[in-house]
Structure formats: C-alpha cells, structure tokens
Design a protein around this ligand. Structure first.
Ligand code: FE
Ligand code: FE
Ligand code: ZN
Length: 293
C-alpha cells in the first residue's frame, strides 16, 4: 500500500527531515510544502538537504514519485480581479514547478482556485488562460495535479466536469493531471461509499491515467456541505469502511495516498491511522486516548 501523510519541512534538515518524519509513521509516501502555504518566502534550494533526502528514500525503497509537493494556497489561477494576484499565480507557480523538479519530485498538487467576485465560468476560463500563459516555462518531468475541491466559497473544480473542462482547455495537457481528495469530493456531494462509481465517472470525463495522487481524509460535515473540514480517519461522516475500501481499491493501488487529517491535541495521528488502514481494523479508542472527542 503506497500511503503516507503530509509532513513538515522545517529547519535544520528540511526535505531530509520531512522524509525522516514520514519514516517515523511507517509511511511509504509523503507530501510536503516547500515553505509556508500562505506566503512566497522560500529557502534557497541548496539549503534543503535534497541529496540526503533522496538517499534516505532510496535506502528505504521509496521511489521519488511517492514524494508529493503541494503548491501554496496563495496561488489562485482562477482570480481575474486583482492584477497582483494574477501575477503571483503565474510567477510563483513557475518557481514551484522548478523547485519540485530540483527536489526530484514529479507531482505538484495545485488548487485550481477561487473566482472571488466574478462567476464560476469566468473562474474556469481564467484558470485555463493563466495556466496556458506559463506553458513554455513548465518542465517536462513535473506534472501539475489539479485538486478536486469542496466547493467552499467561490472555489472552482468541485465537479469532475469542471476539472475536465480546464484540462481540455490546456495547450500542454501532458504537463497536468488530477489529485482526488476524498474529504473535498464528499463535501462537494460525491458518495465515497460508491468509490468505484466515482472512478468510472472520472475515467469517462477525465481518464483514470490522469489521476496521480489521492488525498485520503475523513470529513467533519455531511455529504454536499461544501465546507472542507478534514477529520481523522473513521471519526467523520465518510467513515473507516469507505476510506479503507479506497485505500485497498486495486484500480488505484499504484497511486500514492496522502492523509491530511488533523493532529490530535498536539500529536500527529498518522502512525496510528496508517496502521489501521493497512490492517483494515479500526479502533477509535487509540485516538480517543490521545484526546480525540
Ligand atoms: Fe490541497
Ligand atoms: Fe487535499
Ligand atoms: Zn481540504
């Protein structure tokens, strides 16, 4: 099972530290941000301990494609209102793609964005234009994976049809793919207990070969709530059974699954959650003892 969680990348060991954290959880995949998700301050690539990280991955038999990078939220390709936001969406995304390549990772997860004061169709059209505008600056060995969103606020990309429309509008479709987030899809109104049906629809609209990352999260809210509040595996409205079936589904066995569930009273729950997903046995008492309500 190719599965892990988001991990932090912080001083002094940066990417190497992120890999060590993932190994602590017995993970076989990991996801990290290249700096704070809310800002554009980034360390020079030479300081990130990339070679040490790569040898550690190799020593543990984890291929580099199982290290996922998440672009920061300040990149909003759907914004057509603020020129400075539009500028950052292009320049910073190009830099993130280059950073992803330098780290040696292949998949960069990106939120398709929010249309703010315009409308859904304008947001989709803007995202297509913005992504096409940087086309020539993207590199061949990095795939930007547009994430399925919850539809909170003015987010675009909460229906598979919307992601399909964006992907169809791109000049270099081979540089783009999709990241499927179970919490977001549930919040957008998809029934995760019918995951094979979701995969059929995905295959029909987008093509399953374009799915590269799965975010495996439970949700605090009912299906269709459009809230985007993640919950620990088995504690939310999707439930352990449905999420475990996603984790073991043979059609997505080759795709890294990343947990972005909340910490429990200051401790990372991932070692427990990963072990339960591997064994298929859920025991809510383990996280309750850490203080989960
Ligand atoms: Fe995300
Ligand atoms: Fe996600
Ligand atoms: Zn989310």
């Amino acid at each position: 099972m190719i599965i892990g969680s988001h991990v932090s990348m912080s001083a002094p060991e940066f990417v190497e530290g992120a890999v060590k954290e993932a190994l602590c959880y017995d993970a076989t995949a990991l996801m990290l941000y290249t700096g704070a998700p809310q800002n554009t301050r980034r360390k020079p690539i030479e300081e990130l301990h990339i070679e040490e990280a790569a040898s550690l991955m190799k020593a543990h038999g984890i291929p580099m494609e199982h290290m996922i990078i998440h672009a920061p939220y300040i990149i909003n390709p759907a914004n057509s209102v603020k020129p400075e936001v539009m500028e950052i969406a292009r320049t910073f995304l190009v830099e993130e793609v280059k950073r992803t390549a330098s780290i040696g990772a292949r998949y960069l997860v990106l939120h398709p964005g929010s249309y703010t004061s315009t409308d859904l169709q304008t947001g989709i059209t803007t995202a297509i234009q913005q992504l096409n505008a940087i086309d020539s600056e993207l590199v061949d060995d990095v795939v930007i994976c547009l994430e399925t969103m919850a539809g909170k606020g003015s987010e675009i990309g909460f229906r598979m049809e919307q992601l399909a429309e964006i992907l169809e509008g791109l000049n270099s479709p081979e540089k783009f793919g999709v990241c499927l987030d179970t919490c977001h899809m549930h919040d957008a109104g998809y029934d995760i207990t019918e995951f094979d049906g979701i995969l059929d629809e995905f295959d029909h609209l987008i093509g399953l070969s374009r799915l590269h990352v799965i975010h495996l999260n439970d949700s605090k809210n009912p299906c269709g709530a459009r809230k985007d509040r993640h919950e620990n595996i088995g504690f939310g409205r999707i439930g352990f059974e449905a999420l475990h079936r996603v984790a073991i589904n043979p059609r997505v066995a080759h795709i890294p699954k990343i947990l972005e569930t909340p910490w429990v009273k200051g401790s990372a729950p991932y070692k427990t959650e990963l072990a339960q997903l591997r064994s298929g046995r859920f025991d809510k008492h383990i996280l309750e003892e850490l203080g989960h309500e």
